[in-house]
Design a protein around this ligand. Structure first.
Ligand code: ADP
Ligand code: GLC
Length: 483
């Protein structure tokens, strides 16, 4: 079966979050299970700098905004570390610029995002239908998030269109644009209705994906249920309930080659479940040293970690509140990596300046340090208000770093709370709280500190987490069945 996998980011070529990781590891797993997968993403400047050599497979003339047609090159390559063909949609006017895939270097959204991802969507349709006659036509297209949401609707005009599966990675980003943009992009009038892509006087590319795709999935079973409720549905819960028959929750997997403490090249000392205590001790020492903390006593004190986009979704405000009490009442230390909203970046910098020995902060994106943190801290903070799946808690479990999570979405599906019963049954893998408040988070952190000082119990929690299998095998098979 030929599967075209379309994503606006693919690790390690370009990544802003978990979508990048999934768009790298899921296609590899599908390919291993027998599908012939081709990946497609925009040729951003940074991607072109990373991929190495490419070949031009053809030119397309694609409608953009205001009736303007862009000349788009399709470049193909097999970058190192990929087991499938990668196609790049090369339209320099839209993608060859400094900055992020969705944002200007100053942080605001690119003003032409609607045009950028409409051109991307149109190019996906052409590739899937083999308009360039490269001898490969898709049987199914796997689309991801709003940036690819227009594809199922645009495919209408093709006589033998492939089947479409649309994955929602985060319902909070709906790709919403005003009515004028709809007209300027030359989108068809019959899509402009409440049953189509219209949404609150504008239109939503994510809604288009939900309405017109053959199948809709999201990245965990719990989130699939949550988005059908007003609390998590962003106004789309009614639509999702009405499409219940084609909505599936499939838990993300993780790449066990990239996130494996046994082989991770970024670690000072590799380790397994049997050698976790020694391995993590060496990693903790190295991490503390990186931040200039050489105090021997620090090695014995609980070290909490976090790697996150600094946005409200991730509960960073709760972390900032809880840390202040922990600093006063305990000897715990904190190591936090993230970037995002300026306010939170500023608050973390302040905390680090006030407590240089106890609060270690790295503002920015750093893949290598994220790996070292997963290995070096004792527990991982992930108190997200909602979390479609979340990958970091699974990386933490793999690294013997019990995660502390709120009971929502994929966090609820992957972490087993430490209770007297689960501890006794050796099923406990982390800490879960059930009320989204900083005091509930604080109490859970205190509980974790308490168990941390019982080495035998702690080792049991670490090893139970490390024994879990979060590989893609099962979930990839479910996607293949749906295609
Ligand atoms: P989301 O996609 O909502 O941000 P996930 O948990 O699914 O959340 O995935 C986040 C991914 O991004 C993880 O691979 C995590 O390590 C990475 N990440 C987030 N922020 C940073 C950062 N500042 N530096 C390095 N990696 C980061
Ligand atoms: C989104 C979600 C995150 C999920 C990731 C990959 O960014 O916020 O929960 O893990 O996509 O599916």
């Amino acid at each position: 079966m030929n599967v075209l996998f379309a994503s606006s980011e693919v690790f390690p070529l370009i990544k802003t979050g978990g979508l990048g990781d999934v768009a790298y590891s899921l296609p590899q797993a599908l390919q291993t299970q027998g599908a012939d997968v081709h990946l497609v993403l925009p040729a951003y400047r940074s991607v072109l700098q990373k991929v190495g050599s490419t070949r031009v497979v053809g030119w397309l003339y694609i409608q953009g905004s205001h009736g303007y047609y862009h000349t788009v090159r399709i470049l193909s390559c097999e970058p190192e570390g990929f087991n499938c063909t990668v196609h790049l949609v090369d339209c320099p006017a839209l993608f060859d610029r400094a900055g992020g895939p969705y944002n200007h270097p100053d942080g605001y959204d690119w003003p032409d995002n609607a045009e950028r991802f409409t051109v991307f969507a149109r190019a996906i349709c052409e590739l899937a239908n083999d308009s360039l006659q490269i001898g490969w036509k898709a049987d199914a297209i796997h689309l991801n998030d709003w940036q690819t949401g227009l594809v199922p609707a645009l495919l209408e005009q093709y006589p033998h269109k492939p089947r479409t599966l649309f994955t929602i990675h985060n319902l909070a980003y709906i790709g919403y644009f005003p009515r004028e943009t709809f007209d300027h992009l030359g989108l068809s009038w019959h899509w402009w209705s409440a049953e189509g892509m219209e949404f609150h006087q504008g239109f939503s590319m994510l809604k288009a994906g939900i309405v017109y795709a053959d199948t809709v999935t999201t990245v965990s079973p719990t989130y699939a249920r949550e988005i059908c409720t007003p609390e998590f549905g962003y106004g789309l819960d009614g639509l999702l309930r009405s499409r219940h028959y084609k909505l599936h929750g499939i838990l993300n997997g993780i790449d066990n080659h990239v996130w494996n403490p046994q082989t991770d090249p970024y670690l000072t000392k590799n380790y397994t479940a049997d050698t976790v205590t020694k391995g993590k001790q060496a990693s903790k020492q190295a991490l503390l040293k990186y931040f200039g903390v050489t105090d021997k006593v620090a090695l014995k004190q609980p070290l909490f970690g976090l790697v996150s986009r600094l946005v409200e979704q991730k509960g960073i405000d709760l972390v900032i509140q809880a840390i202040q009490v922990m600093l006063r009442d305990t000897d715990a230390r904190f190591c936090l990596i993230g970037s995002g909203q300026g306010y939170y970046e500023g608050r973390l910098r302040e905390l680090a300046a006030q407590h240089p020995e106890r609060v270690m902060v790295y503002i920015g994106y750093n893949e290598e340090l994220a790996h070292q943190l997963e290995a070096g801290v004792d527990m991982f903070l992930m108190p997200s208000r909602f979390e479609p799946c979340g990958l970091n808690q699974m990386y933490s479990l793999n690294y013997g770093t019990p995660p502390i999570v709120y009971f929502t979405g994929g966090l609820a599906d992957t972490v087993v709370n430490s209770t007297p019963t689960t501890l006794l049954e050796q099923q406990a893998t982390g800490f879960v709280f059930y009320d989204i408040s900083w005091s509930a988070l604080l109490n859970t952190m205190l509980h974790a500190c308490d168990l941390y000082h019982h080495p035998k119990v702690w080792l049991g929690i670490q090893q139970a987490g490390m024994r879990q299998d979060f590989s893609w095998a099962k979930s990839a098979a479910r996607y293949l069945a749906l295609y």
